[in-house]
Design a protein around this ligand. Sequence first.
Ligand SMILES: *Cc1c(COP(=O)(O)O)cnc(C)c1O
Length: 458
Amino acid sequence: MDAREVALQKAYDHAVRWLASLPDRRVPARASVDEIVRALGEELPAGPSPPADVVELMATSCEPGLTAFPSGRFYGFVVGGTEPAALAADWLVSAWDQNCVMRTVSPAYTAVEEIAGAWLLDLLGLPGDSSVGFTTGATMANFTCLAAGRDAVLRRAGWNVARDGLTGGPGVRVVAGESRHMAIDLALRYLGLGRPELVRADGQGRLEPDALRRALTAGDSQDPSPTIVILQAGDIHSGAFDPFAECVGIAREAGAWVHVDGAFGLWAAASPRYAHLTAGSADADSWATDAHKTLNVPYDCGLAIVRDPSALRAAMGEQGDYLIQHEHGDPIDKVPELSRRGRAFTVWAALRSLGRSGVAELVERLCRHASAFAAGIADIDGATVLNDVAFTQVCAEFGGDARTDRVLARLLDDGTAWISGSTWHDTRVMRISVSNWSTTDEDVRRTLDAIRRAAAAD
Ligand SMILES: *Cc1c(COP(=O)(O)O)cnc(C)c1O
């Protein structure tokens, strides 16, 4: 065997051991950053080491500092896990090492990106001729879509931002709900658009259509500013969805570009039981979502979807002299990066493995577990579930901020599960996000037992 094969075999052995440890290992990491630094050693070696030894050192030194993110009992943030076919495909992506930029140079990648893109539009109920770009995550997917929107609304106002920049051009109004994700503010900041104007949301985080109408009619109706309206599918605390049918109509009347941030929530559209939550969102102009959350492919994989392919190409297209460009467009025309890894391979593998019914069943299973958590927590003395559990998110408090924080701390100590604390409507909450394909009823039962133990201690 050559050195590569030995190193790959080592990596395989450690990967399999790690995956086998997930059902029973403590979910939080056991070691601190400093301990891992000590185990790895800080000195840059003077010369080469055999690749397999390096893999061995990394795997054994880092193992205690790994959090079991792929565990069925990790409910922090909204992270997703890794579908088996997508994980294995991801290894091939590294071995193949394709630079996924141009159609003529990366035919296999381009084919897979095109097939996966068409499947995604079908599953998410979005217009079939939309353009689908594969980004690092939803932050960059939001950025990419909003860049297309910014350029398009300025173009309509007679301003060419690609040539002339933003300085001296018409101001762009960006209107978003109070409860938008912080990734929206980051994307707008990167785009030179500053902070969004905020519109009132209800207690679940759903944007209020009347407030949106008032905000959009407040401007100069003779000379309306170029405007972008940002809606949300899936609030990170409540899981709530904006009332799209009404809001998209109001935004369109005002001539706005309508964008939907559906990092984890847009996937509701893939389930006949939950698709009603996204009703009306397909009439927007652009949609950002993650494949590394609800679809459960490995990091990093977000999706930037734009109804008008020419708007995306105008914002992201490249015209380098040395590129060999194709009349059908290239993967490079849809995302900010030039060189990048073959992200669509893992999406294709997950979708090919799950099929239409598998994706629907995945969404429904996550929601079912969230409902089970809500029911179990509601039965605990002093605990209250604060949100309408309409999707995958559960927020609960345990009789005051101090007790909620104590319960969270004891739960982390216990190690059975990992759940985030957060502050929602000025109240400390336990926030459960169910986003991992591998979570079982037994995982939910064991986690509820751990929550009960943590709550029973005071
Ligand atoms: C996770 C999330 C994002 C950011 O996505 P990343 O993939 O972490 O960049 C944006 N919006 C919402 C609603 C999210 O849940």
